[in-house]
Design a protein around this ligand. Sequence first.
Ligand SMILES: Nc1ncnc2c1ncn2[C@@H]1O[C@H](COP(=O)(O)OP(=O)(O)OP(=O)(O)O)[C@@H](O)[C@H]1O
Ligand SMILES: [Mg+2]
Length: 309
Amino acid sequence: MAEELRDRATEDPAIHTEGLSKRYGHKEALSDLTMTVPRGEVFGFLGPNGAGKTTAVKLLLGLARPTSGEGLVLGEPLGDVAARRRIGYLPELFRYQDWLSAEEVLAAHGALLHLPRAEQRAQTAAALETVGLADRARDRVGTFSKGMQQRLGLAVALLGAPEIVILDEPTSALDPVGRHDVRMIIRTLQARGATVFLNSHLLSEVEQVCTRVAVLDHGCVIAQGSLQDLLAATGARIEAAGVTSDLLADLCHFGDLRLRGEELEVEGIRRADVPELVAALCAAGARVYSVEIRRATLEERFLDLLGGH
Ligand SMILES: Nc1ncnc2c1ncn2[C@@H]1O[C@H](COP(=O)(O)OP(=O)(O)OP(=O)(O)O)[C@@H](O)[C@H]1O
Ligand SMILES: [Mg+2]
């Protein structure tokens, strides 16, 4: 089965799933998830509360079994233990034992990864440094603030130089500095070739780091693709003189046109059609001074998608 899936999953992606579904009793938590995450991408998995994001992550990691469907992570079937060691994971709601120090938490996870002692110590120090907890290494988890605990969770996810790092809401407890730090960490991971799978509903965060996204609602993917495609131009603002109402009527097939003085607003025009509109304006004798493409923010697009769904 895994062989057939490998054949269909072209170019050895980091993650590939087909028809992955999970049902809890009567509740379809995830429905027919088919997606491919190429290696080296920062992939944003978006959706409102209860959409099925964490459920999908649990299936990818083998922490829950799919009701139907299948998938590959790093070329191995879901839940493969050897592949799991090559994945870093920051769970959504986690709580390490209060009495352990940050160092001890990392040592325990380093042991699970079978890291040699010296390597484990070096990686623990590096991970604590990366997440800004180097000076709290010996302090107990019980004395950490919420944000510090999240930073510690992130440090755990970085151990063992993972090829995929799955972060389930990594910045929910973090202050603006912490969020900035996480963006930097994600960019560093990407620079060294790792794949990052980011569950989030903090859209401005996602917009700043992700290259591809999937949007989930009620367990179903309602949009998937590159961030650029998803945020394709939705309008244009053109500064032009000599635009008459007759001309506006002639150009209405380009979108919803509104003229205020010398400013022409065009709603719902595709980027590819803007040069044609400008050419049509010029051909009709208008004088064009500037053209500005308006892109939707991820938040606008997200609300739009959810509304339409
Ligand atoms: N163990 C479980 N038993 C029963 N239902 C569950 C279980 N885990 C998740 N669900 C249900 O599955 C749906 C999806 O939950 P999930 O945790 O995957 O959402 P999410 O997208 O991660 O949401 P959030 O943004 O709030 O973290 C929800 O309706 C939830 O109640
Ligand atoms: Mg969740």
